[in-house]
Design a protein around this ligand. Sequence first.
Ligand code: BGC
Length: 741
Amino acid sequence: MKHINKLFTALGITLLTACAQKPSENVQVSPLMQNEDKITDLISRMTLEEKVNMLHGKHMFSSAGVERLGIADVKYADGPFGIREEMEPHSWNSIGLTTDSATFFPTGSALAATWSEDMAYQYGMGMAKEARLRGKDMILGPAINIQRLPTGGRTYEYLSEDPILSAALAVQYTLGAQDNGAAVCLKHYALNNQENDRGSIDVKVSPRAMREIYLPPFEAAVKEADAYGVMAAYNKVEGYWCSENGMLLNEILRDEWGFHGMVISDWGGVHNTVNAAMNGMDVEMPGDRYFGQALLDSVKAGVVPESVIDSKVRNILRVRLAVKAVPEEEANKMMTSQPEQQQIAYNVASKSIVLLKNQNELLPIQTDKYKKIAVIGDNAVREQALGGVGAGVKTLYEVTPLEGLLKQLSGTDAQVEWAQGYRAFSKHERETRVSPYTKADPKLMSEAVQLAKNSDLVIFVAGDNREVETEGSDRKAITLPMGQDELLKALAAANPNIVTVLVTGGPLDLRVVDQASPAILVSWFNGTEGGNALADVLLGKISPSGKLPFTFPIRLEDSPAYSLKVYPQDERQKQDDIFVNLVDEKETDQKSGPTADYAEGIFVGYRWYDTKHVPVQYPFGHGLSYTTFNYSDLQVKADNEKLYVELNLSNTGKRSGEEVVQIYVSRPDSKIERPLKELKGFQRVALQADESKSVKIEIPLEKLRHWDEAANDWKLEPGAVEVQAGGSSQDIKLNQTIDIK
Ligand code: BGC
C-alpha cells in the first residue's frame, strides 16, 4: 500500500486566501481550511480573556477551549512511540489508571530501519487509534530531527541521519495518524540535534545545511501530509529561541510551506511573552507564565495587537474543528493497547531487525545442531518501554528477548539457560551522573563464561538501555556500556559460536563485537512485540530485512562533528537542566549557552564518511538477509519532472525475503560542492525464493535541487546525473548516467 501525497495544503492557501471563489471539485481542501467562516464567527464572539486562555497549558497535557461556545480543550499525548499514561493535572506523576496501558511501538530508529512507508503509515494509524481511545487530540510526535551526532540522547526517538528517508517516513506517520482522527505534532522544530545544553545552545548552521539536511522532514510532513501541529524546540537557532524564531516559525513554516495548523512550545520552552507572541508561537506548554496574564497585559498595553491573538486562536480552532473531540465519558473506557496495534508493533519490529553480519551462516540458529543455548546479557530480560528522562510508555506488556526465545523453543529439544553477564546501568546511576562506561562485574562475568563453556551456542544480548540513551543528555561515548566488551572477549575465548544481538537506539563502537562474534543483529528498542520478532528472526521463521538508518562509524572520533571538534561544546558534558527546572518551576529566562557550530555543513552521516573517504564499521543502508538478491537491467529515463528508475530484482536464494532497493544520486560534473552521493529514493520489495520483480522508483527532479545561498532559493543544476542502485550506501550494484536539463 502506498499512500498518495495530499498536496492540498498549498492549494488550500491559494484557493482560500487569494480568492473567495469555491475550490474546484477535484481539489481537496485541507481539513484545516474548511471552517474559516465558522472560526471567524467564533472568534468574534470571544472575549479577549477567553482567547488568551486558549494560548497556554491548562494542565500538563491540555490547553483550554471555551466551554460557553462549545469549544473543547485540546488534549495532547506523548508520543512518539506509544501513548503516554494519564498524568496528574500539574505534575509528571501518573494518576494510576488501570486502562491506560498502551502499545509500546518500536522506537524511531527501529521504524526507520524498516525503510517502509507502509509501516510508517500503520504506525501513525496505530498511535492515533490508541490516542482516540484515550480521548487525545494531538500526538506529540513523530520526532523527526536528523541524527547528527552518534551520541545524541534522543537518537532512538529520531528516525535517520538522512533527510529523504526521514521525510518519507514522517509523511506516512502523519498521514496514518491524521487519517485516523488524531493530529500529529512534528517535533522538535528545529535543529534540536543534541540533548546536552539543549535548553541553552545556539545553533549556527549554514542556510544550505538547514534546508538540505535538517528541515526536509518537517517540510515534507507539512506540505505533503498537512501536519496539523508543530512543536518549537528548546534550543536557539541563529541567536533566537525556536519559540520566538520568526525565520523558522513565520517565514519558513507559514509563509513558505503554507502551514495552517498550530505551533506549541516544547515543555517550558517559551522565554519571553512579546517575542514569542510576535514571532509565531501559538500555545505555551505546559503553564501560563508567558502566555497567561503577561500576554493579556501585553495586549491591553498595545504591545501585542489583538489581531495577533486572533490569528493564534484561529490556528488552534482550525485544528480543534478538524479533529473531533472525544466526549469525556467515552475516553478511557477500554484498555489503550489493542491487538491490532500490537500486531502493527510486531510487523514493524519484524522488519526492523538488521543483520549486520552472518559468517559461516551461523544464523538462523540450527536447533538440531545447537541444543544447549546460552542467552547472556541483562538486555535479554530487560524491558525498554520506560527509562531515562522523557517519554516512555506504560506498556500493557513487553516480550523480552529471552521470553521470545523461550516461547519459540518450547517443545523442542533445545535447552536455554540465561546468565546476566553484565550489570544494568540504573536510573539511580544516571541521576547521580555515574558513567556507564565502567568495567565488567567479575562475578557476573565468570558465571556467564562458565555457562558459555557448557553451551553449544551463545546469544549475547548486549547494547545500551533506556537509562544510557535518554532525553536530556547525550551519551559520552558509543562504546558498549558496563564492561560488555571485556565480557564479550571472555565469552569468545570460551565459545566461538556467538551471536551478538544489539539492543540499542543509536550507533555503537563495534570493534570488539566484530572480532568476537561471527553473527551480529541490531534489534533496537523494539516495542511490545520485540522479543517475538527477534526470536522469529534468530530461528529463521522470517528473514531479517532491516537496513541501518544511520552509519556505525569505526570510532566516535571519525564522525563529522567530533572530527571537526565542534562537539562537545566547551567540554560541557553536563546534563541539560531544563527538565529539572520545569519540575521545580524555576524556569530559565535568558539563559545563554554554548554555540553549536554545525561546521560540517551538509556533510552529515554517510555524506561525510563517503565524501571524506573515512572508513566505517557498517555503512548507512546496510543490512543482510538469509537469502540473496540480484540486481539487473537498470534503466533510467528523465523528463522535465522526474527521473524514472527501473530495475529487475531477483531472489536468488532458497528462502523468501525482503530487500530495500536504494537509489543514490551522484553529480560527477557538478560545479557545486556536494556529497559523493545522496539517497534519493528507495523501495522495500518482498520476494519468494526464485521470484523476480520489476522495481520502479520515480524521483521528482525537485529532490535533486540544492539550496543556493546567494539566490536564497532552490536551484536545479543541469548536467550529468549518475543514478546508483544497490542494497546499501556502500553496496552499489548498478549505475547509469543520464543528463538532465
Ligand atoms: C520533550 C518533548 C515532550 C514534552 C512533553 C519535553 O521535555 O522534549 O518531546 O513531548 O517534554 O512530555
